[in-house]
Design a protein. Structure first.
Length: 75
C-alpha cells in the first residue's frame, strides 16, 4: 500500500474512535454550557425576586377559574 493511500483511507477503528471522542467532548461542552446558563439565569431571578409577582398572577388566575366553575355549577 502506498503512503498516500493510508492518508486518504483511514481504518474504521480510527474513524469510530475519533467520532466517539468527538461526541463525548461535544456532550461535556454542552453540559458545562447549560450549567453556566442555568446558574446565571438563577442568579438574576434571585436578584429580581420574580416569585411574588408570578405567585400573585397565578393566584388571580386560580381565583377567576374557581369563580367561573362555581358559576357554571349554580345554573
Amino acid at each position: 500500500m502506498e503512503p498516500h493511500e493510508k492518508a486518504t483511507n483511514p481504518n474504521k477503528k480510527q474513524i469510530m474512535l475519533n467520532n466517539f471522542l468527538g461526541g463525548i467532548a461535544w456532550s461535556i461542552g454542552t453540559l458545562v454550557g447549560l450549567a453556566i446558563i442555568f446558574v446565571v439565569v438563577g442568579f438574576f431571578l434571585k436578584r429580581v425576586d420574580i416569585v411574588p409577582i408570578l405567585g400573585d398572577f397565578l393566584s388571580d388566575i386560580m381565583k377567576s377559574s374557581i369563580q367561573q366553575t362555581q358559576n357554571k355549577l349554580t345554573f
